[in-house]
Design a protein around this ligand. Structure first.
Ligand SMILES: NC(=O)c1ccc[n+]([C@@H]2O[C@H](COP(=O)([O-])OP(=O)(O)OC[C@H]3O[C@@H](n4cnc5c(N)ncnc54)[C@H](OP(=O)(O)O)[C@@H]3O)[C@@H](O)[C@H]2O)c1
Length: 432
């Protein structure tokens, strides 16, 4: 279990204390040391660990972890937040203010009432979630990542970090890549010492950086079962005519995936651009080798243009179409050694710039990570979480080019003046 900053803020709101970034850092370190990912929760307790925290959910979770699951990591997290804030000036004052004060009897009645109310909420809440847990268990695929070696790019934040923690919880060994030494050190601080992770540095804006980093670490293509290429870059307030940024965006979002896939497949020698039928002569033993999985994180933005994002949508369109082409080439060979899962998410919360309307439509990166791992377990080939966002995007796309132009220009409203001026000069040509 790990504590996202948002979870910490929800816990603070629930406890009536003000969030403090220094205390949050201490909490993350404590959770990494004490709430070890290897001390795996099972059954309903594991299901509860997976729930995103919110003030209303904390009422039943507090009660359940107090009386039924006292060893649950959430109990330790709640106690740690209380202890950390009690040792802080402001936190201590805020907690003391919630104490008995001058009217102990009134306080006793108030606390008793609160407890009864919590109980009234907790009983139906637990019954509902227990049924959901049982249903999920019945439908869930048994194919988890236990014992698998999973490569994830961009593990220091956003979706990549969520995927990292989910894969660790499922028992995978993760080879994670990040761009800078500083982000490696920061991530290491919130990982338990025993976490099964290898962290490599690779700046994907440089040609062949990912493959070189893996080779330097002595990792062979056959040593990887699953590769999730999640890292991506998006420039804000940048015209598609900016060649430098466009090149970089394509290198990170598309070309690094092409370079990696070539390396990942190299040992199989089943796919060669000039000899598409090479795999037909492969030995029967080869044909039954376990498949490798390649997950490519594209975007729903690949279905339409978007102004001022430095060609991000174009690079994702390239990635989606390229991966479909790869899949088609592989399907032509006998017993394809690689399964491709294309992920085209809608907007989700991360550090990636999102403007105007986009913010209102975003879902959590945790939800997208879960969708990806479920799709992987079920052997799906494409997912677009959440579905309603995909339907909305397609509806706008069907409205025609002029509607798309008007809609997406409005959707990114709120940029700086420089962009506004530049936009005016270009818009005359674009929106006719
Ligand atoms: N957020 C959305 O709404 C959304 C929607 C659809 C698709 N996606 C896709 O989802 C994926 C994850 O994005 P996110 O939203 O989680 O964004 P994020 O929080 O900004 O994470 C992006 C990751 O990519 C890494 N990265 C960027 N440039 C890199 C480079 N040159 N070399 C190595 N690593 C680099 C970042 O590392 P640094 O921290 O060092 O920059 C970071 O770890 C991306 O492929 C994105 O295109 C996002």
């Amino acid at each position: 279990m790990w504590v996202r900053e948002k979870d910490y803020e929800e816990i603070c709101a629930y406890l009536g204390v003000t969030p403090n970034p220094d205390l949050y850092r201490k909490l993350v370190r404590y959770v990494a040391d004490r709430c070890n990912v290897e001390r795996e929760q099972r059954g309903f307790s594991a299901y509860l660990s997976d729930l995103r925290l919110s003030r209303s959910r904390l009422v039943p979770l507090d009660l359940l972890t107090r009386f039924i699951f006292p060893d649950h990591p959430l109990r330790r997290i709640l106690n740690a937040v209380i202890a950390l804030h009690e040792c802080n000036d402001l936190g201590y004052r805020q907690m003391a203010a919630a104490g008995p004060g001058w009217f102990p009897i009134l306080t006793l009645v108030r606390e008793g009432g609160r407890f009864l109310l919590s109980l009234l909420i907790t009983i139906p809440w637990s019954a509902w979630h227990y049924s959901v847990y049982k249903l999920e268990k019945a439908w869930q695929s048994k194919d988890t990542l236990r014992g698998k070696r999973v490569l994830i790019t961009g593990v220091n934040g956003g979706l990549g970090k969520e995927l990292l923690f989910h894969c660790l919880r499922q028992g995978a060994h993760v080879i994670g890549t990040l761009r800078t030494e500083a982000s490696r050190q920061e991530l290491e601080r919130c990982l338990p010492v025993s976490a099964s992770v290898t962290l490599l540095l690779a700046d994907l804006a440089r040609a062949d950086a990912l493959v070189s980093a893996l080779e330097r670490a002595g990792i062979l293509p056959d040593a990887l079962d699953v590769a999730i290429l999640c890292a991506g870059t998006k420039y804000d307030e940048t015209s598609v005519l900016d060649m430098g940024k466009l090149r970089e965006t394509f290198q990170v979002n598309l070309f690094s995936a092409v370079e990696f896939a070539g390396w990942f497949l190299a040992d199989t020698q089943r796919i060669a651009p000039t000899v598409p039928t090479q795999g037909i002569n492969s030995s029967p033993a080869d044909r039954f080798r376990p498949r490798k999985r390649l997950v490519l994180v594209s975007s729903m933005g690949r279905w339409h243009g978007m102004p001022w994002t430095g060609g991000y949508n174009a690079s994702k369109a390239g990635l989606s179409i390229w991966s479909e082409s790869l899949e088609q080439e592989l399907a032509g060979t006998d017993g394809s050694p690689l399964e491709v899962l294309i992920v085209e998410p809608g907007i989700f919360e991360s550090r990636m710039p999102v403007r105007g309307l986009g913010r209102l439509l975003s879902i959590s990166s945790d939800r997208v990570a879960r969708h990806i791992l479920q799709a992987l377990a079920k052997g799906k080939r494409i997912i677009r979480p959440p579905l309603w966002f995909a339907l909305l995007t397609w509806a706008i796309c069907l409205g025609g080019r002029s509607l798309r132009c008007r809609f997406f220009r409005k959707a990114v409203r709120g940029r700086g003046d420089d962009v506004g001026r530049c936009e005016t000069s270009l818009s005359d040509h674009q929106c006719r």
